[in-house]
Design a protein around this ligand. Structure first.
Ligand code: PGA
Length: 260
């Protein structure tokens, strides 16, 4: 059985004090205590290596919040895939709506990142989702498929094998209001069917995460379907005690589902 994957996306938050206070707490409470979930932490770049030293030989992995498309050279301010590999990163988030919005990242650039990550043996987490305006115009499916097609056009469908797609409606991120479970299920099923029509085996090997205002109080909702294979969590991953409870609660909810 696939393990449920929970990613804590700390975005541009935290400092050494926060990490020193919390990383051992996470390790003590989470390491080897989960039966059905895996946890990964996505800190700001500058702390990745530091945290890696704490997490070595644990079941908790590291995620990067982005990557550059260049391997090395005169690209001031950037971080390459080889560097991320060097410091123990397993997953890389790309196409997050905040990068699309604040850094003008487009589908083409994100395609290049996706292919680069895959070809270097790490796992891309491709974020997809509609804005409020696109939602109002019923463009959700179109928006998601456009991004997927762009990647296929620059490579081929096999590039999606063993990767992760995070459905994150832009309007739900940080808003305190998550998307309706029926809508989430509908769009993930749509994406899955689309990929399946191109390659059934590849579609089966993709993890689908949901992200957008997931918190301790609303996680039950997302377990009403088994189409979601994990969460990408922003705000609620910063309150560490609550976050640990959320992760443990998820593990417990899955164990109950498995028994029934
Ligand atoms: P949120 O962020 O949990 O604060 O809504 C999710 C994300 O941006 O991935």
């Amino acid at each position: 059985m696939k393990k449920f994957l929970i990613i804590a996306n700390w975005k541009l938050n935290g400092n050494l004090k926060f990490i020193n206070k919390n990383i051992n707490l996470i390790k003590k409470n989470i390491n080897n205590s989960l039966s059905f979930c895996n946890l990964s932490i996505a800190p700001p770049y500058i702390y990745i290596n530091y945290i890696n030293n704490f997490l070595k030989n644990t079941s908790i992995s590291l995620t990067a919040q982005d990557v550059d498309i260049h391997i090395k050279g005169s690209f001031t301010g950037e971080t390459s895939i080889k560097m991320l590999k060097d410091v123990g990163v397993k997953y890389i988030i790309i196409g997050h709506s905040e990068r699309r919005l604040f850094h003008n990242e487009n589908n083409n650039l994100i395609s290049k990142k996706f292919i680069l990550i895959k070809n270097n043996g790490l796992i891309p987490i491709l974020c997809l989702g509609e804005t409020k305006e696109q939602k109002a115009q019923n463009q959700t499916e179109q928006v998601c498929i456009q991004q997927i097609n762009n990647i296929i056009k620059n490579s081929n469908i096999n590039i999606f094998n063993k990767t992760i797609i995070a459905y994150e409606p832009v309007w739900a991120i940080g808003s305190g209001k998550s998307a309706d479970i029926d809508k989430i299920q509908k769009i993930i099923l749509f994406i899955k069917k689309y990929i399946s029509s191109l390659n059934n085996k590849v579609a089966k090997n993709i993890y689908f995460l949901y992200g957008g205002s997931v918190n301790y109080s609303n996680i039950e909702t997302f377990f009403k379907t088994n189409i979601i294979n994990g969460f990408l969590i922003g705000k609620a991953s910063l309150e560490i005690q609550n976050f640990i409870s959320l992760v443990k609660k998820s593990d417990k909810l899955i164990s109950l589902l498995n028994r029934s």
